[in-house]
Each structure stands twice: as C-alpha cells, then as structure tokens.
Design a protein around this ligand. Structure first.
Ligand code: SF4
Length: 151
C-alpha cells in the first residue's frame, strides 16, 4: 500500500492554543482532514522562539520582502521581531524537508502563515496581497501552500 503523504498544518487550525491571544482557531475542515490524512502541526512563531500569548505582529511588506531583508515584522508595540519570524520559517522548512512534506495548509492572513493575503502592517485590519514569512519560504522551496479557506 502506498504511504500517505505528510501535510504540514498551522497548529492553531487544529485547535492548539498557540495564537498571539493564547487561543486556537480550530477549523472544521482541517479537523476532518486530520482523521484521514497525516497532518503535522507547526506554529512558526512558536518555533521562532516567541511566547504565548504575545503582542500581535504585522509585516511592513510581503513575506518574500521580509526574507530578502526589504521589509520587517513589527509588533503592535513597535518591537522588531523579524529575526524570530525568519527563524520560525526556517524551522518549518527544516521539518518539511526532514519529513518529506510537499504540501502545507496554513492559516490565512497570518504574518507567518498567510497565503496570498496578509494584513498590511498598519494594524487596522486592512488586508493586502502577499504571503506570510513561512508561507513565502515554503513556496520558494517548492512546497505547495493552501489556506484553510481553500479546502
Ligand atoms: S504562526 Fe501560524 S500556526 Fe502559529 S498561531 Fe499564527 S497562524 Fe497559527
């Protein structure tokens, strides 16, 4: 029998309380998939060394721009957490490679996990086009990223 593919998944979508506000964001479709597929929960912000709860952050540009050093990730209180976001993204990529995961289901609009949509860095709930830092790094490395909204 063929081995099941491994799929990375934003841990908060499985109900893990790893979000900035100390809560999870369980998603029915993702919870349903967890019964059929091999989902590997990851929280890049946690893997980057940030605490739970934490001050929310937004990027001043796309995840791609953050990875190229052209944009930063800043907390609502003005601290620069770019290094933690990049570290978390690299840890997720490391796990993807180690486990042979070719796909990831990531939480839409997060500054780490957003895929195609992120907040614009003004903390005004304004959405703009772009990927979060982890989503961008995974895509750059040939890993398919979909949001929970595309399931
Ligand atoms: S970094 Fe990703 S997995 Fe972690 S809480 Fe934010 S959206 Fe969820």
């Amino acid at each position: 029998m063929a081995e099941k593919a491994k799929i990375l998944c934003s841990a908060c979508l499985l109900g893990v309380k790893c979000r900035y506000d100390g809560q999870g964001k369980p998603n029915e479709k993702v919870l349903g998939l967890a019964k059929k597929e091999i989902l590997i929960p990851v929280c890049p912000e946690q893997l980057g060394g940030l605490p739970i709860p934490r001050v929310p952050s937004e990027a001043t540009g796309s995840g791609q721009a953050v990875l190229e050093g052209k944009a930063k990730v800043i907390t609502k209180q003005g601290s620069d957490v770019t290094d933690s976001f990049i570290r978390g993204a690299e840890e997720v990529l490391k796990l993807a490679r180690l486990l042979g995961a070719k796909k990831a289901i990531l939480k839409q609009r997060s500054p780490s996990c957003g895929s195609g949509q992120i907040y614009d860095g003004t903390f005004s709930k304004t959405v703009t086009k772009g990927d979060g830092v982890t989503a961008a790094l995974l895509k750059q490395n040939g890993i398919e990223v979909v949001s929970e909204e595309e399931l």
